[in-house]
Design a binder for this molecule. Structure first.
Ligand code: ZN
Length: 154
């Protein structure tokens, strides 16, 4: 495997090739040298395919696809590690603000490339997150009403 330590495969378009060619779940095979800390079976680690400098990941050791399968203890650890990660980014890298990103849902439709639950801690940079605001066709008041009706079916 080439040395990716100072290489952004996202920028160069090699990312898909890299993760598809490993033949195993990369998040079940985390390397200690990248891990910052671990709590209750959940790991705070650097992302070896970062979107931006300082990009961290929070990953449970146990293999499951989405956090709806996490135990209460694992979910609490995710919360704690997100606080610690934010603290470290702000204090050690002087990052102003951090986005916690978790793609809910499964697979590519959620733009999730690894089928092992994970959350991102990403230093905010407006160039990285360029919003394409959409035309709104449902008034917020109608949306609230519609979603409350959905509660009855849950
Ligand atoms: Zn896995």
């Amino acid at each position: 495997m080439p040395d990716y330590s100072n290489y952004n495969s996202r920028t160069y378009g090699d990312y898909a090739k890299v993760w598809q060619s490993t033949g195993k779940c990369v998040f079940c095979d985390l390397k200690d040298k990248y891990i910052i800390m671990e709590k209750d079976g959940v790991v705070l680690t650097v992302n070896i395919f970062p979107y931006i400098n300082g990009h961290l990941l929070i990953i449970p050791r146990r293999h499951f696809e989405d956090f709806d399968e996490a135990t209460q203890k694992e979910w609490s650890a995710v919360k704690k590690l997100s606080e610690i990660g934010k603290y470290l980014l702000q204090n050690s890298l002087k990052v102003q603000s951090v986005w916690f990103l978790h793609r809910m849902g499964k697979g590519f439709k959620a733009q999730k490339t690894v089928a092992h639950a994970h959350a991102h801690l990403i230093p905010f940079d407006e160039k990285l997150f360029k919003w394409e605001f959409q035309e709104i066709t449902t008034a917020p008041i109608d949306l609230a009403s519609k979603l409350r009706e959905g509660l009855d079916k849950k």
